[in-house]
Design a protein around this ligand. Structure first.
Ligand SMILES: [Zn+2]
Length: 148
């Protein structure tokens, strides 16, 4: 028996174990980022949907603002893909059902048809550029297009 060899192998395995643990921590961070990007993506998509809906309803157009959302969504999607790729093809990404998210962002701009012009006097978020009221999780100001 070559004890030195066994000792060497033991060290090697210990080293491998340490690397695996580091990889796990790194993967955990990446997966957390993926989940947060997915939440961001879902939010941006909802905001875009609400925007398009309210524009269509009011028979208005705001292509530059729509484009900003589309650009934002595209860049989040690219980030997401990069993160997923960094986990490797066999990676099991923890996804949560985005449709079952709690309705924490009910301040969305889809308004009921009645009392449309009556704005509730809650302390709403306003645009730092133009002061227009903006929905809690809007990414851009609906009036001036400033990034929020
Ligand atoms: Zn504004």
């Amino acid at each position: 028996m070559d004890f030195n060899k066994i000792k060497e192998m033991g060290l090697e395995y210990a080293e491998k174990g340490r690397n695996a643990a580091m990889d796990l921590a790194e993967r955990g961070r990446t997966q957390a980022k993926i989940v947060s990007e997915q939440t961001k993506l879902a939010r941006a998509q909802r905001q875009l949907g609400a925007l398009v809906y309210s524009l269509a309803k009011g028979n208005e157009e705001n292509q530059p603002l729509v484009d900003k959302y589309i650009e934002m969504i595209g860049s989040i999607e690219a980030d997401l893909n990069a993160l997923k790729e960094s986990l490797g093809p066999a990676a099991e990404v923890i996804t949560h059902d985005l449709d079952e998210e709690p309705a924490e962002d009910s301040g969305i701009t889809i308004e009921p048809t009645v009392e449309k012009d009556k704005k509730p006097d809650t302390d709403k978020k306003t645009c730092p550029q133009c002061g227009a009221p903006v929905s809690e999780d809007a990414l851009f100001c609906n009036r001036c297009g400033a990034q929020l």
